[in-house]
Design a protein around this ligand. Structure first.
Ligand code: FAD
Length: 474
C-alpha cells in the first residue's frame, strides 16, 4: 500500500481521534515538525504522525503499538523521532515519522529509587523530575536531547565515575517489537534484550518507556547536592598547555569531568580554547583537582561557581541550537598516551585550515571530553552489554558546522584526516566511534570486543529479521 492510501486509512481509524497527522508539506506546521538539531540528510516524509497521551493507558505505548502494527500491515516504512538530535529520525516521501515528542512525562518512584520516562522525554525533563525529589539521574549533558535514545545508545555522562554510564542504569523497558508486540524487558522477562538495549536499543524496537535507577544527591558529597562548574576561555596559543593540564587532571582526580578544545567564540566566531570543567564535589575539591588548568590563567571566566546538580547542564547550552548543517564524529582513544599536548595544537591548526578555505564553516570546533576513571570502566565479561566503550579514556569530538554544503563537506573531510591522525598511536582493534553520533562508521568500531557483534547479530535475527528498525547487524 502506498503512503497516500495509508494516510487515508489512518485518518478514519479510531487512533486518529487524539492524534495529529501532518501531510501537507506546504503548511508551516508540517515544516515546523521537521525541525531538528542538524539539517544534514533531512528528508521530507510523506507524513508526520504525533499523538497525545490521552489515548489508551495514558503512556502512549498502545498508540505506538497500533501505529507500528498498521504500518507493518500496510508495508509502509517509518522512523521514530524523540528529541531530533540525530540525522536518522528522518525518512523520504514513501514513509512517515512517528513523532514521540508529546510523550514527555516522567514518574519518580522514590521508594524503589527509579524513574520511568516516556518515549519522547528529553534529558531536561528527566533531570528536572528527579531533582525535584532530591535525586540525580544518569543522563547526557544537553537537556534537549531525547533521554531514551541517548541512554539506550550507551549514555556518556559526567556521573560515569560514580555510578556508571546511562545504559548501566537501565532497570527495565517496555518496547514495541518489529512484530508489533508490546513486551517488557527486565531481569525477569526477555532478559536477552536487556543486553541489547544497554547500548544498541535503537535497532530493536520503539522503547515506549524506560525505567532507570536514580541516585540520592548525597553521592555528590556536598551538603546541598551541588557540584562545582566552570567555563574558562584561553588564548589559542595555550592549546598545548591546556591539553597538558587536562591530561594531568585525568591522571590525578577521581570525581572530575572535563571538556576542552578549540571552539568558535561569539560574536566573531574566531577560535578560542574553551574548557568546561565540573567537579562532583565541593569548591575546595574542585580547586585542588583543576589546579593545573586554573593556574594557566584564563583570559575569560564565563562561569565559576557551585551550582545545584539539577542545573549542571546549563554549562552545555551552547551546543543546543537547532538547524544548520552539522556533523559530529566522536573518536574514542583507549589510553591517555594516545592524546598528547601537541595534538591540541593540531586540532587548532586543522580548524584554521577549514575556516580559511570556507569561512562559512567557522562554527566548527574540536574538543576532548573525559571523566575521571571509575569502577565502571571495567566490568566482568558476564556483565558486558551492547555498550562497547568502557575502555575509552578520552573522547575527541569533531563537531563540523557550516552554513553551506561545500564548507561542511570540506570540514568533514578534514575531520576524517584528524581521526586518522589521532589513530596513529592506536592498534586497529582499539578503533572506536560512538554510535550515538555516527551510523556510517564501520560497525565493528561502534560495537567492538567480547563477541559483541556476533551476539547482536544473533539477537537482531531473532527480534527484527526484516530490518523494521534499520538493517543494522543484519
Ligand atoms: C548537541 C548534542 C549533545 C549530545 N550529548 C550527548 C551526551 O552527553 N551523551 C550521550 O550519550 N549522547 C549525546 N548525544 C548523542 C545523542 O544521545 C544521540 O544523538 C541520540 O540518539 C539523540 O536522541 P534524540 O531523541 O534527540 O534524537 P532523534 O533523532 O529523535 O532519535 C535518535 C534515534 O533514536 C530513534 N528513537 C527515537 N526515539 C526512540 C525510542 N523511544 N525508542 C527507540 N528508538 C528511538 C530514532 O528513530 C533515531 O534513529 C548528543 C547529541 C547532540 C547532537
Amino acid at each position: 500500500m502506498g503512503i497516500a492510501t495509508f494516510i487515508e486509512q489512518l485518518e478514519k481509524a479510531p487512533i486518529s481521534r487524539d492524534s495529529k497527522i501532518w501531510k501537507d508539506s506546504s503548511k508551516a506546521d508540517f515544516q515546523e515538525s521537521l525541525a531538528r538539531w542538524t539539517d544534514v540528510e533531512k528528508k521530507e516524509p510523506g507524513a508526520v504522525f504525533t499523538h497525545s497521551i490521552t489515548y489508551g493507558d495514558g503512556t502512549g505505548a498502545d498508540m505506538q503499538q497500533s501505529m507500528v502494527k498498521l504500518a507493518l500491515e500496510a508495508t509502509v516504512p517509518f522512523v521514530a523521532r524523540a528529541g531530533g538530535h540525530s540525522s536518522w529520525s528522518t525518512i523520504g516521501p514513501s514513509g512517515f515519522i512517528l513523532d514521540l515528542s508529546l510523550m514527555r512525562s516522567v514518574t519518580v518512584d522514590s521508594e524503589n529509587r527509579t524513574a520511568t520516562a516516556n518515549a519522547g522525554a528529553l534529558i531536561g525533563d528527566v533531570v528536572k523530575a528527579v531533582d525535584e525529589k532530591g535525586y540525580a539521574a544518569v543522563t547526557g549533558t544537553v537537556d534537549s536531547v531525547g533521554f531514551i535514545p541517548s541512554t539506550i545508545g550507551g549514555g556518556i555522562t559526567l556521573l560515569a565515575p560514580l555510578v556508571g554510564f546511562g545504559s548501566d542504569n537501565i532497570v527495565s523497558a517496555r518496547m514495541v517489537t518489529a512484530k508489533g508486540d508490546i513486551i517488557t524487558i527486565s531481569e525477569d522477562e526477555n532478559i536477552e534484550l536487556l543486553y541489547a538495549i544497554k547500548g544498541a536499543g535503537q535497532f530493536f524496537g520503539i522503547v515506549t518507556s524506560l525505567t532507570v535507577k536514580i541516585h540520592p544527591l548525597s553521592i555528590l558529597g556536598t551538603p546541598g547536592g551541588t557540584v562545582w562548574s566552570a567555563r574558562l576561555g584561553f588564548d589559542v596559543s595555550k592549546a598545548a598547555e591546556v591539553a597538558e593540564a587536562a591530561i594531568q587532571v585525568k591522571q590525578t582526580t577521581t570525581r572530575s569531568y572535563c571538556l576542552a578544545g578549540v571552539l568558535p567564540a561569539p560574536p566573531t566566531l574566531n577560535p578560542i580554547i574553551m574548557a568546561v570543567i565540573i567537579q562532583l564535589g565541593s569548591k575546595a575539591d574542585a580547586e585542588e583537582a583543576f589546579k593545573p588548568l586554573l593556574d594557566l590563567g584564563p583570559i575569560a571566566v564565563l562561569a565559576r561557581d557551585e551550582v545545584p546538580f539539577g542545573r549542571v547542564n546549563e554549562a552545555f547550552e551552547a551546543f543546543e541550537s537547532k538547524g544548520g548543517l552539522k556533523k559530529w564524529l566522536a573518536v574514542g582513544l583507549t589510553s591517555m598516551k594516545q592524546f598528547q599536548p601537541e595534538d591540541m595544537t593540531r586540532l587548532v591548526e586543522q580548524r584554521a585550515r577549514v575556516t580559511e578555505k570556507y569561512p562559512s564553516a567557522k562554527p566548527t570546533g574540536s574538543v576532548i571530553e573525559f571523566t575521571s576513571c571509575g569502577p565502571w570502566d571495567k566490568v566482568t565479561e558476564e556483565k558486558e552489554t551492547a555498550w562497547s566503550h568502557r575502555d575509552i579514556a578520552i573522547w575527541c569530538h569533531l563537531l563540523r558546522w557550516s552554513s553551506d554544503k561545500e564548507g561542511l563537506d570540506y570540514a568533514y573531510e578534514v575531520a576524517q584526516e584528524t581521526k586518522e591522525d589521532l589513530r596513529r598511536r592506536q592498534e586497529k582493534d582499539e578503533y572506536s566511534i560512538y554510535g550515538n553520533f555516527s551510523r556510517s562508521a564501520p560497525v565493528k568500531e561502534r560495537f567492538k570486543g567480547y563477541g559483541r557483534l556476533e551476539k547482536l547479530r544473533d539477537l537482531k535475527l531473532r527480534w527484527d529479521p526484516d530490518g523494521v528498525f534499520t538493517r543494522e547487524f543484519l
